[in-house]
Design a protein around this ligand. Structure first.
Ligand SMILES: Cc1ncc(COP(=O)(O)O)c(C=O)c1O
Length: 398
């Protein structure tokens, strides 16, 4: 009999979205005449831009002729896309090298797979509430987690505790689920803390494209010293509508080095390269062709138009919260609006209340961690029509 990884027994049932689906299905079965509006799941709804679709088609066509056909490609990604990503960073004032760019099938895989590089006995800091992948992938590996409280009191942006030593720190900015985004000074504190503690920052930048406030950093590498202590995970899911198409990239600086127990220098870039070339055979050429077009002027303009559409939805939701006098976070540099459940309700109670009273579905904050239990997440990824209608109904709620 195989001895199974019993750490899986320690995972909490991932029941958030299935429980939402179950409650909505029960409600619709009982109330077939009511139109339910879903502003819960963080998936995009607008189609991919024309020039990006054209590039995807070109990728397909290339596979039809012997002289352009592509078999296995470089596991790290083709030069054309690694160079395009380097140029994109350069435009944002950050210099990286193509060897530091690893193209992947998305940030979920990479934020999970990075755990391969770390030993068991690390002190791991993860915010609560949080994108659940960081927690579950560490539990699968049998690691202990120390939670950092993200609360209204710290604007859902936990800062380093100088009295606590950590080895690995997960940060996500702009944040899912809270929509909060760190500024330069705050990230500088994290970088200084990581350097002082010889720690690594695992920085999830999946929502970077939603940053509109020019004073906010779009990359951890905009902070001095970060190349010595951080890895950055990025995604085209929200940037370019690639949630179903799948492509992301991870930046692992060559300067990121730690000392082994017997005194040897270990390069995180070399380890990640080794991990990826061993366990991953790269993103398909077709997808990389489309993804590279995202970084062209035309592709970026198409992506920006879609993002602006979602940002307007976010503004409409935020305006409604303002009108109702509800305290909320996010919505400006993020597609998520994270608000305090009215009337002292807990988040599942408020979920049922909204569903029953106005037939609007969101995500209960409790699903992201215990500090979310009195908060609720709405997303700006719905259609304009549904967002406007949902907020009209919300205004009548209490
Ligand atoms: C914070 C965060 N990181 C990563 C991801 C996953 O990104 P991808 O679609 O590239 O796997 C998500 C998706 O919702 C997310 O919210």
């Amino acid at each position: 009999m195989p001895k199974l990884n019993e750490n899986y027994l320690n995972l909490k049932e991932s029941y958030l979205f299935s429980e939402i689906a179950h409650r909505v299905a029960a409600y619709t079965a009982a109330n077939p005449d009511k139109k339910v509006i879903r502003l819960g799941i963080g998936d995009v709804t607008l189609p991919i831009g024309n020039s990006i679709i054209k590039a995807l088609h070109e990728g397909v066509d290339a596979q039809a002729s012997a002289d352009t056909f592509k078999g296995y490609g470089p596991e790290q990604g083709y030069d054309f896309i690694r160079d395009a990503i380097v140029a994109y960073y350069e435009k944002n004032g950050v210099t990286i090298s193509p060897k530091e760019v690893f193209v992947s099938d998305g940030a979920k895989s990479d934020t999970g797979n990075i755990t391969d590089l770390f030993a068991q006995d690390n002190v791991i800091l993860i915010p609560d509430p949080v994108y659940p992948v960081y927690v579950d992938t560490n539990i699968m590996n049998g690691r202990n987690i120390t939670y950092m409280n993200a609360t209204a009191e710290n604007n859902f942006l936990p800062m380093p505790d100088k009295n606590l030593h950590a080895d690995i720190i997960y940060l996500c900015s702009p944040n899912n689920p809270t929509g909060a985004a760190y500024n330069y000074e705050q990230l500088k504190e994290w970088v200084d803390y990581a350097l002082e503690n010889d720690a690594i920052l695992l920085y999830d930048s999946a929502y970077e494209c939603f940053i509109t406030d020019e004073t906010l950093p779009r990359s951890i590498f905009a902070i001095e010293g970060a190349k010595k202590c951080a890895v950055e995970f990025c995604s085209l899911s929200k940037t370019a509508g690639f949630t179903g198409t799948r492509c992301g990239y991870t930046i692992v600086p060559e300067a990121l080095q730690f000392t082994s127990s017997d005194g040897r220098e270990m390069s995180v870039n070399a380890m990640w390269n080794r991990r990826q070339t061993t366990k991953f055979n790269g993103v398909s050429y077709i997808i990389q062709k489309g993804a590279a077009q995202v970084f062209s002027e035309e592709g970026m303009a198409e992506c920006r138009a879609n993002i602006q559409y979602y940002q307007e939805n976010a503004r409409i939701i935020a305006e409604c919260m303002d009108k109702k006098g509800i305290r909320y976070f996010g919505g400006i540099n993020s597609p998520y609006i994270w608000f305090e459940c009215p009337m002292g309700m807990e988040s599942w109670e408020f979920f049922d209340y909204m569903l029953n009273q106005i037939q609007v579905v969101g995500t209960p904050g409790a699903g992201f961690g215990s500090n979310g239990k009195n908060f609720f997440r709405l997303t700006a990824f719905g259609s304009r029509e549904n967002t406007v209608e949902a907020m009209k109904r919300f205004e009548t709620l209490f």
